[in-house]
Design a protein around this ligand. Sequence first.
Ligand code: SF4
Length: 292
Amino acid sequence: MRYEGIVYRPPSEARSYILQVTIGCSHNACTFCDMYKGKKFRVRPIQEVKEDIDMARKYYGPNIRRVFLADGDALILKNSKLLEILSYLKKAFPRLERIGIYGNPRGILTKSVEELKELKDAGISIVYMGIETGDPELLQKINKGVNVEEMIEAGKRVKESGIALSVTIILGLGGPEMLEQNARGSAYVINKIDPDYVGALTLLLREGTPYYDQVMAGEISVSTPYNIFQELRILIENLELTNCVFRSNHASNYFPIGGTLPQDKEKMLRTLDVILANEDLKHMPPDFSRLL
Ligand code: SF4
């Protein structure tokens, strides 16, 4: 297997064989993100991808059950190419049960529901999409490249195709001044999409990003841990979902919160109320050790 640069995957894909079908992110312009800054986006030649699959088959044997397709927005690949890769994977690993893929909203919108259904039938079982925020002003400020309506449309298309959808939002984006806006806007978009999984991460500032420079220039403040829990509480309080696994237990989070919505909503809110009643937490400053 050959990998180019740092390879990212969702925590739930820790046991998957990761296959880079694209290198980098075709958007690569969100102001807070440095994941693929060192990589110029390109689609890997199909022959190269097949060679990697052959190498994985030799190294791991035929019993791989889970595969994750990277990099940033692998779903931007043309369907014909993705279908060829999926079919090759299935031949190499006949016991394959699950194939996950990163898809950013711009990439998803290049596909119709029918095309997404084709991918589902060919083996794609879950798409991971970063919403980041559902607030229109913040979405523009972080340069996500889509507006609220497009974000909702992208999420709905995946849902309609029958592929499971996992989305992430980022607590702390926009700082304490935009805390309520970020939480309510994100809840609105998530409710419209009604995804299967939601992950609420906490912003990690990355040196070298435009967002970091804005913080250093005093244009954006950094949320305190108390602000983050306030924001999470507003978010959860406003979520109206039919059946969704909600997690805020990423390495970026201060305290793990999770459950299934709607049934665990009150329990999660009660936990947050206990946390928010902690006087010490109220006086904790922004965590600048996160300025890595
Ligand atoms: S779309 Fe995702 S991977 Fe690409 S720049 Fe934005 S946050 Fe980073």
